[in-house]
Design a protein around this ligand. Sequence first.
Ligand code: DHK
Length: 145
Amino acid sequence: MPKPIFVINGPNLNRLGKREPEIYGTTTLAEIEAMCRQAAGDVPLRFYQSNFEGEIVDWIHEAIDVGAGIVINPAGLSFTSIPVLDALKMFSGPIVELHISNIHRREAIYQNSLVSKAATAVIAGLGPRGYPVAVRALRELVENG
Ligand code: DHK
């Protein structure tokens, strides 16, 4: 059985679909999960979202123990959370940091992601379609090393 890919989402992403649609679009998190599962194919996928930093750290610990790769949209925690960064540094597999918006074209508070210091790659600005792109990229990284 192949090891699972983790897709971890941070605060406020449970509100996608209605949250600032001019920035994040109208795709819901449930629709994004379905896109990720389709992209994962026969690779198991664990899809999580929390508004709480500690829960996200716990899921990264789960990935450290059993995961093949991580796609993470830490949302606002990208710019503030040392605990999330420290947890990601313990993960030995590939990490794709994902942002629906292009954070580098937004307000300054959104432009310095701490998480990027642990990420293998960063996808920002592709909108919700960035998620399946990240999952497919992780599958290739994991399968082809
Ligand atoms: C999502 C958020 O919630 C923001 O705090 C980030 C990110 C951007 C996104 O584009 O997915 O700044």
